[in-house]
Design a protein around this ligand. Structure first.
Ligand code: GLN
Ligand code: ZN
Length: 781
């Protein structure tokens, strides 16, 4: 690396959790929204200072090693507000953003209005960030969206930190910003936000100039969308955009471009022709670059840095340091002496909790296998040192890593012979329920439901009382018997309410579930849950993913007690509720020592037993929720077939033994699911409910065209808002649905579960839904 002038630190991370070790940001935000704490910026500053000190203590000492990525709500919103790129309905907020300092109270309020909506001005929508469970705010961009640089909090953070040289501002890059945007409502048919690249680039130039003027010496752009081929914009146009954008931005400040969540060799080659200082590769979800690529980059990146993201930002397992060092050395050797090689994380660490050493109630053996954000920082530092100075320099870290690997390999729960035998014995027949027409006839006969049956998606309002009872039970203040009695009372009330309203297929309401995934994790062997393992989901919302570490078994029936009780209370049909294998995996931290398809089948077998037990308890309809099936869809379409093979396969394993008479439902909750119509078809559920009310059934023609002939319940009530839809509105949606579907196929239900709603709007809306279904039935007969 003789004459390199590259600025990128040899050990760094791409980003750090923003929520705070004790969810300080969450609580500060919520009290700001309630008007209690008006000095939110002061809390944020405190968090930033603590974080910088912590990261320095953990060994991020070089210039530019500490990412300045703090966000009050979301990293995409930070760009939306910096560029003022908001839809027309937020014109007043844009003015505030333009006229005030980025972290003033007025400006923060305006940002939160854009993020959360106000009155009838809908918030920007939320979408999953790449294939993760984090939600970003979707920019709405049209031909007339005003875009210009208005100021950024990143600049203030750099200007006020005492450690400016050590920090490195992180920004979502311009291409990702536009590729993940949606067309504004008033944009012409087929409009692509990407058309605004020049204007967005001009805005970013203003931002980078401002950073430079305030002391930044290096800037990182996150461009994960470049690792995906699921865009409507042609690849050539995207690559031309990359050349143009980074050709210009890299002239202003030394620039690093992070290609996380996958791989994009073509982008690496295009960036080589610009003055970009550093390109970051994801070696965890991407793949190790081949020799031909490395040989090319050995020349084209001479004098610059290639940073290798080898410590996973997505999962909580300790890195195998021996293996990682071997990979790093192999790549370094192929890149030769002219390219600087740096060590970093595969993505921002925003997807993992802060610090595993605080998990005192976790089994110490299992805890020793884990690395949360702080431990990952130490891993990066150790790997960089090992790469520079050899194994001897990091002997302690290596021996800890080896001990953890051995302990994990030898733990009896990691490989349970019966489980391995059971998954190996699965045959195609086990995933096959036979002819749908026959099933449909048997179910019609058994269930005797009217045309256009009404149902809900599973949960009813989780009231204060329910949550208080659960908390008291957890603290030991409420006995198990009293807790169960409270849940039974809730189920009883929910059943009576549905009977009174006249719903056809009833649910028990899921009162006993804290969370649709964690509940199952707590009742299966092979999982542990954490105490402080919070991860930001969006804004102030956090989730605490369970950790799936071992082979999965079901010690006893999980839901039968509650669903069976509900069924015993009524003559009407009751629907049992399970969470599907793919969703359990998508919303947990999952082991990576065996293929995901095998993990999914283990879960599938446990759920299969649960289905059998529910049937035995007299439950005739069973819904297996898979809201996350699209989320895990690979960013590269070539990997789709393999993904669908195992994901669909595990769902079918879970449901495959159900009797013909048993009606299997599934639920998926997003509207743009035209992309996965094929997958939905292959799930082979008897009835599928989906979100459809906001898009006003826009997705149905595609489904009809696909020849989908099973039951379908497109949502007719948008449960994301407390508004009560009128009978007329619901009737109109039913009519639209009937334009695309046969009456025998159509179910009438809300978009999703009602957990976050209040009772008042829930019963009013449900009454209207039932009335609209009855009216439609009459019209048909
Ligand atoms: N059965 C779940 C519920 O009603 C489904 C939730 C979801 O789709 N995310 O809450
Ligand atoms: Zn849903």
């Amino acid at each position: 690396m003789s004459n390199s002038t590259s600025q990128f630190p040899l050990a760094s991370i791409l980003g750090y959790p923003r929520i705070g070790p004790n969810r300080e940001l969450k609580f500060a935000l919520e009290s700001f929204w309630h008007g209690e704490n008006n000095d939110l910026a002061a809390t944020a500053d405190e968090l930033r200072v603590k974080r910088t000190r912590r990261l320095r203590d953990l060994g991020l000492e070089e210039a530019g090693a500490i990412p300045e990525d703090f966000s009050y709500y979301d990293q995409v919103l930070d760009i939306i507000t910096a560029l003022g790129a908001v839809p027309e309905r937020f014109a007043p907020e844009r003015k505030v953003l333009a006229d005030s300092e980025p972290e003033s109270t007025e400006s923060l309020k305006a940002q939160f209005t854009i993020a959360r909506g106000e009155g009838d001005r809908a918030a920007l929508s939320l979408m999953k960030w790449l294939d993760s469970n984090y939600h970003y705010l979707v920019p709405e961009i049209g031909p007339d969206t005003e875009i210009s640089y208005l100021g950024s909090k990143r600049v203030r953070a750099i200007a006020t930190t005492k450690d400016a040289a050590r920090t490195r501002p992180v920004l979502v890059g311009p291409l990702t910003f536009l590729l993940l945007a949606s067309a504004a409502d008033n944009a012409p048919e087929g409009y692509e936000p990407f058309e605004r690249l020049d204007d967005v680039l001009a805005g970013y130039k203003g931002l980078v100039e401002d950073l430079k003027a305030n002391g930044a010496t290096l800037v990182q752009f996150d461009e994960p969308a470049l690792c995906s081929d699921r865009h409507t914009v042609a690849r050539d146009r995207i690559l031309d955009g990359v050349a143009k954008v980074y050709g210009e931005l890299a002239e202003i400040l030394p620039t690093a471009v992070a290609l996380s969540y996958g791989h994009a060799e073509d982008v690496v080659d295009v960036l080589a022709k610009t003055k970009v200082d550093t390109v970051v590769l994801d070696l965890v979800r991407g793949c190790e670059p081949g020799e031909a690529d490395l040989n090319r980059w050995a020349e084209s990146y001479a004098g610059r840095t290639i940073a290798l993201g080898i410590v996973s930002g997505r999962n909580i397992w300790r890195t195998d340091l021996d293996e990682a060092l071997e990979t790093l050395r192999r790549i370094k050797k192929n890149l030769g002496d002219d390219v600087r090689v740096a060590v970093t994380t595969s993505t921002s660490l925003q997807h993992v909790p802060h610090d595993v050493s605080r998990e005192e109630s976790l089994d110490p053996q299992i805890r020793s296998w884990l690395a949360f954000a702080d431990q990952k920082v130490e891993e990066v530092v150790a790997l960089a040192k090992g790469l520079a100075e050899g194994d001897e320099a990091i002997e302690d870290a290596l021996s800890d890593s080896r001990a953890a690997a051995t302990s994990r390999r030898e733990h009896p729960g990691v490989k349970v012979e019966e489980v391995r035998k059971a998954t190996a014995a699965v045959t195609d027949d086990d995933r096959n329920r036979g002819d749908y027409a026959e099933r449909k006839a048997a179910q019609d006969e058994a269930l005797k439901l009217p045309l256009l049956p009404t149902t809900t998606i599973g949960s009813f309002p989780q009231t204060k009382e329910i949550r208080a009872a659960r908390a008291a039970h957890r603290r030991g203040e409420l006995s198990t018997a009293d807790y169960e009695a409270a849940m039974e009372k809730e189920i009883h009330d929910v059943i009576r309410t549905q009977e009174e309203i006249g719903v056809d297929v009833l649910v028990h309401g899921e009162a006993e579930r804290n969370d649709m995934v964690q509940y199952f994790a707590e009742h299966l062997n092979g999982f542990v849950t954490t105490t402080h393992g919070w991860v930001q989901s969006y804004g102030s919302r956090c989730t605490r993913p369970s950790i799936l570490w071992g082979d999965v078994t079901r010690p006893e029936p999980i839901t039968v007690r509650w669903s069976g009780y509900a069924a015993s209370l009524t003559d009407r049909v009751v629907k049992g509720m399970l969470t599907g294998p793919v969703t359990i995996m998508a919303w947990s931290f999952v082991r990576e020592d065996i293929p995901w398809g095998e993990v999914a089948d283990q879960l599938g077998l446990c759920l299969r037993d649960e289905v059998r037990d529910l049937e035995a308890a007299g439950v005739q309809v069973i819904q297996v929720d898979e809201p996350a099936i699209r989320e895990l869809l690979p960013l590269r379409s070539t990997e789709e077939t393999e993904y669908l093979r195992w994901s669909v396969g595990s769902f079918r394993l879970a449901t495959g033994s159900a009797a013909k008479e048993t009606s299997i439902h599934t639920h998926l909750c997003y509207s743009d699911f035209a992309t996965v119509v094929d997958a939905i078809d292959r799930l082979d559920a008897d009835v599928t409910s989906i979100e459809a009310s906001r898009s006003r059934m826009a997705v149905l023609p595609a489904i009809a065209e696909h020849g989908f002939d099973r039951g379908l319940g497109p949502g007719v009530w948008d449960i994301h808002s407390p508004r009560v839809p009128s009978v007329e509105e619901i009737s109109e949606l039913i009519d639209r649905a009937l334009d695309a579907l046969a009456p025998e196929q159509l179910w009438v239900n809300p978009d999703c579960g009602l957990k976050t709603r209040g009772w008042e709007e829930t019963s009013a809306s449900l009454k209207n839904l039932v009335e609209a279904a009855k009216a439609a039935r009459e019209k048909l007969s």
